[in-house]
Design a binder for this molecule. Structure first.
Ligand code: AHR
Length: 312
């Protein structure tokens, strides 16, 4: 009899395991890799069957993945949208199939009734925190800034540019002199920084670099060093993400500040989904994660080790 009960319980558990499709952008940055790792960990801990799809930076691959998840009849979809526009049809198809969609880390321009909730930071605020750090650091000194933007058309590239400019308002001594996309990758960060250095008197005319993510900054500091300058002192460096490699550079004095974006978007996303599955609880439309500033005064070596310990 007891064996029968155990078998029944197991079958019931197996039958109730939820399946979630995750359309990830790709693996352009250390942060993105950490988000993927933590999402898989979170799913495993909760007994969720995660179907992972890597879009390799292409929106059409993400749309195809959403359609495949809908056809499979998954219980929910996690979507980290590479760009902000062009999602209406795919999201409508998921909605028509009663499949809740949760956006991770980036926003879409679609109506918010097409998704259950969005987990992410206030991306404009991140840019403001980075800009405010620069304002506070340079004071009244003149400062020519170069900017490495994220993927064109992505919500973090749009909002982090806006936020940074918001903080610079009224500080005419600080001027953004060059701005170009580095597509959130280390290699393009280095390449574009090389062209900035060349155009700006070998780098002598640059006071600060603002990178929309840490990986581009890590690539850029390589270019700065190859140009014979010291990143972190000859050129100030501020970025966004707070990934381990950036803290290593910070411990070496080669970068100055970063704004943390937690890669654990899946934790709050699965919490919201589990409540929704249990009794239909509707989460808020936006679940906001924290944006904390880290500088060289914040034990970068310790922060590096802490993140490594978390599996980033
Ligand atoms: O959408 C979040 C951004 O995407 C991260 O800041 C960046 O590293 C990633 O590629």
């Amino acid at each position: 009899f007891l064996a029968g009960v155990a078998a029944f319980t197991l079958a019931a558990t197996a039958a109730s395991a939820q399946t979630v499709g995750f359309s990830q952008i790709g693996s352009e940055s250390g942060w993105r890799a950490a988000e993927t790792t933590l999402t898989k960990q979170q799913a495993e801990e909760r007994g969720i069957d995660l179907k992972f799809s890597d879009a390799q930076q292409k929106q059409e691959n993400q749309i195809a993945a959403i359609r495949a998840f809908v056809a499979q009849g998954v219980d929910a979809i996690l979507l980290a949208p590479v760009v902000a526009t062009g999602w209406d049809s795919a999201l409508e198809e998921a909605k028509d199939a009663d499949i809740p969609v949760v956006l991770l880390d980036r926003q879409v321009d679609s109506s918010d009734d097409l998704y259950l909730t969005a987990v992410g930071s206030n991306l404009v605020h991140e840019g403001e925190v980075a800009g405010q750090w620069l304002v506070d650091t340079v004071g009244d000194e003149p400062c020519r800034v170069v900017e490495l933007q994220g993927t064109t058309g992505s919500s973090p590239a749009i909002d982090r540019a806006t936020g940074f400019r918001n903080s610079l308002e009224g500080h005419d001594n600080i001027e953004i002199v060059r701005s170009q996309t580095g597509d959130f990758t280390r290699s393009q960060g280095k390449e574009v920084m090389e062209s900035f250095l060349q155009a700006e008197n070998g780098g002598a005319d640059i006071c600060a670099l603002y990178a929309h993510n840490d990986d581009m900054a890590v690539g850029a500091i390589q270019a700065i060093k190859e140009a014979g300058l010291k990143p972190g002192s000859d050129i100030l460096v501020v970025a966004i993400d707070a990934v381990p490699d950036y803290f290593q550079a910070m411990a070496a004095g080669e970068v100055n500040a970063t704004v943390e974006l937690t890669p654990n978007m899946a934790g709050p996303a699965f919490d919201a989904l589990e409540a929704y599955w249990a009794d239909g609880t509707m989460p808020p439309k936006f679940i906001q994660t924290e944006s904390k500033l880290y500088t060289q005064a914040d034990d970068p070596q310790g922060e590096y080790e802490r993140r490594k310990g978390l599996g980033y």
